[in-house]
Every structure is written in structure tokens, then in C-alpha cells.
Design a protein around this ligand. Structure first.
Ligand SMILES: O=C(O)COP(=O)(O)O
Ligand SMILES: [Mg+2]
Length: 229
């Protein structure tokens, strides 16, 4: 059975400005040609990840909403649920200092996303959000670009396991590449994990390989050294 590669989107597949360059597209093309199962695994909403998988070289297998939603061959699987309106209302009432509602929430089923307001230290926003949401039974994670609230147990590793189960695939090797704490769940289910150089210390510590370059340059380095050589 082939190797499955799960690739985070923001700041792993993209550069700092969240653009996907032609060299990244070339790497994806070569991974698909080599017979890898190439899947995007993101904290973003399903339509975003699905759109990427539809139009970029990939196997069309998608993990979205931090593992709360998975999909392939146009079949969307929602793996949990959340009282979205309540989470947004509580955030706006109690964390209006720090967070803004994300436009993506209208497309979300399991994981509610917020943008940290300009000028607010993300670590302050995260600890305030945890003090509000953990008591309500939710988990709070920060991807480097957005703050996420979801039921405990939802993470990209859960999504990776679920999508492989739905596909009926038991790959020989699972490889996970990502840059933030939302990727640690999939590092745990992977046989090999790697991160770009800008990842926070806690992520670097848990990765099997830390690239010498940041963002998508790090992804290209990882793919060329371990998957395409
Ligand atoms: O939080 C986001 O929207 C992006 O998250 P990702 O890095 O998992 O793609
Ligand atoms: Mg990322």
C-alpha cells in the first residue's frame, strides 16, 4: 500500500503571504506521479480545502476543520458537531477585546474559527479564550493564522485516521507535514513528521525533522529530501 502524505495548508503549503507558488505545485505534481496519496489537512473550512484539492495536483482526499470534517470523491463527512451560534455569541460577549468572527464560520460544522484582532498578542488571546471555553467543554487551538474552538478529541490526527478508514486504505507509511499546534494530532498518527523552520518550539520538538527553511520553502525541502529523492 502506498505512502500517504498529509500536508497542512496555511504556512506549510503556502508562503508567508498565504500564496501557493508554482514550485509547490510542481512538487505536488511529482508526489502524485510517484503514487503517493496526497491529502491536504487544514484547520480551514471544507470548501477551502476541497477547492484546493480539486484544482491542485492531489488525490482529492481532504481533512478540514482540524479533523472535524473529511471528504473525498465529493462525499463530505461531518465527524462531530458544535453549538456554533453559542460559541460565536460567547466569544463576541466575552472576548470582543481580542477576537473577530471569521467569515468561514458560515461554512463550518465542528470547529469555529476566530481571527485575533490586530495589535493583540495571540498568546494573550489564546489564554483568555481558554479561560472562557475550556470550562464550557471546548478545546482552543491556535494555527498561527486563526484561533479555533472545537470539541475535545477533534484534531487532524482524528481526521487522518477517519479518512483512511472511510477510504479503506492502510498505507504503509503516513507522513505529516505541518507548522503549528493544530498539526500535532496528525504528527502523532504519522510514521514520520516534519515542520518548516518557523514552527513554534513545541512543534519543532515533536517533529521528526525540522526544515532549515520556513513556510513553503520548508515544505519543498522536506518533500525533496524525504519523498522525492
Ligand atoms: O487556521 C487556519 O485557518 C489555517 O490553518 P492550517 O494551517 O491548518 O491550514
Ligand atoms: Mg499551518
Amino acid at each position: 500500500m502506498k505512502t500517504a502524505v498529509f500536508i497542512d495548508v496555511d504556512w506549510t503549503l503556502t508562503d508567508f503571504n498565504r500564496k501557493i507558488g508554482s514550485r509547490v505545485v510542481g512538487v505536488l505534481e511529482r508526489l502524485v506521479e510517484k503514487g503517493f496519496l496526497v491529502s491536504f489537512a487544514s484547520a480551514t473550512a471544507y470548501p477551502i480545502v476541497y477547492g484546493l484539492a480539486r484544482y491542485l495536483p492531489s488525490s482529492g482526499v481532504v481533512v478540514a476543520e482540524n479533523g472535524g470534517v473529511v471528504g473525498f470523491e465529493n462525499a463530505l463527512h461531518v465527524l462531530s458537531s458544535i453549538d456554533k451560534e453559542r460559541v460565536i455569541r460567547v466569544a463576541m460577549e466575552e472576548l470582543g477585546c481580542c477576537l473577530e468572527d471569521s467569515w468561514q464560520n458560515m461554512y463550518r460544522h465542528v470547529d469555529v474559527a476566530f481571527v485575533v484582532k490586530r495589535g493583540v498578542d495571540p498568546s494573550v488571546a489564546v489564554s483568555r479564550a481558554r479561560s472562557v471555553f475550556v470550562g464550557l467543554g471546548y478545546e482552543v487551538m491556535y494555527s498561527g493564522v486563526a484561533l479555533h474552538v472545537h470539541p475535545p478529541g477533534i484534531n487532524k490526527g482524528f481526521g487522518v485516521r477517519k479518512v483512511l478508514e472511510l477510504l479503506g486504505e492502510s498505507p504503509e507509511r503516513i507522513i505529516a507535514i505541518g507548522d503549528s499546534e493544530v498539526d500535532l494530532g496528525m504528527f502523532e498518527v504519522a510514521d514520520f513528521s516534519a515542520c518548516p523552520s518557523h514552527a513554534p518550539e513545541e512543534v519543532k520538538k515533536r517533529a521528526d525533522y525540522v526544515a532549515s527553511k520556513p513556510y513553503s520553502e520548508g515544505f519543498i525541502e522536506i518533500a525533496e529530501n524525504f519523498l522525492l529523492s
